[in-house]
Design a protein around this ligand. Sequence first.
Ligand SMILES: Cc1ncc(COP(=O)(O)O)c(C=O)c1O
Length: 404
Amino acid sequence: MNKEVISGQEIVRSGTSCLARVANRFSVVWERGEGSRLWDREGRKYLDFFSGHAVMNLGYAHPAQYPAMHTQMERMVHAGNLYYMEPQVELARRLVQATFGDRVLFANSGAEIVELAIKVARKWARQKGSTEDRFEILTMRGSFHGRTYGALSATGQEKHHQDIGPMLPGFKYAPLNNFVAAASAISNRTCAIMLEPIQGEGGIYPAEKKYLRKLRELCHRNNLLLIFDEVQCGLGRTGYLNAYEMTGVIPDVLLLGKPLGGGLPISALVTREDIAAVLKVGDHGSTFGGNPVAAAAGCGLLSELAKPGFLQGVKKTGAYLGGQLDALAKTCPQKIIGVRGAGMMWGMELKERGPEMVQRALEQGLVINCTAGNVLRFLPALTIGQAEVDEACKILKGILKELK
Ligand SMILES: Cc1ncc(COP(=O)(O)O)c(C=O)c1O
């Protein structure tokens, strides 16, 4: 396509005719991004509170990531995992330094890293020499772990299992924040419990600290791995580098993805030496996993998050965002059920018409998303300030008034 003559409308028309219809795409063609601003093909400016599904944690074209990505692109884009590459080693070293872990495994997406966690948990349980065949993993209702078969099987939402079965055997689901249900769902076949510290796709439901502490004890008592899927809520989004730090509970396996590559696909599993050791040479591999350009972006992200005051700023602006959304909810109890979240990850549950709100917001220059039916999801760049929060809330307030 020739950019000079093709309009946004023509791209949308062409896309509608040749892309499979698996997403309800909006009729907008993004052209450029900078910080938390996006420009469409026609040059219209938007305020972004979605960050491309919680990926652009530093906003678009951040100087801590882009120059490093360019430099690595020019040096070498790929060489494969039979060799060492500095950005990949450096990212692993920094992840070890910044977490409870000793070892890192890389993959390309959230779903893929969840697959790896399932594999690690099953292998770990078998190597523990139990008399039972322990392969079951307990996950939570409303969870979302990705779209591959293992990750989908782990996902506790039946709508994602419809018409594509049979799913991978070995998963049980319990309601989030119900310890009794979790304790009664485990058996001598269970090898792990996996959950998101804050459910994202499921509608922004935080796991309670007390509940997580009890799950931790349950795992200790029964020799189960506790796996935290921080693909969406990790890497600064909660105002903590790792979401588990907010909960006071340390998992055995930590899964990271989305923002790690500054928009390029990379994900990571971080764990202790004794757990990583269950995978022997040849037990796992990935052609692209830990790509050096994406890894260079990951190093940039970690450097920025480690800057003095950065996460403090995320906590402060995040609390302001939560407070403003809460205030908005109080003015509209007939339309808004409630507001949930932490840091820069908030959900506002409406009684109805969530998708319509998102469309209207877009028309007024605000990019948000709706999940789990009618939950408006706010995932701005961690770099936004109070002025952007005010701007977004003003638009939302206006739309809520318009909605009859
Ligand atoms: C918590 C969580 N885990 C896993 C995934 C899957 O990630 P990906 O789409 O990169 O495969 C997602 C995606 O939204 C997610 O939110």
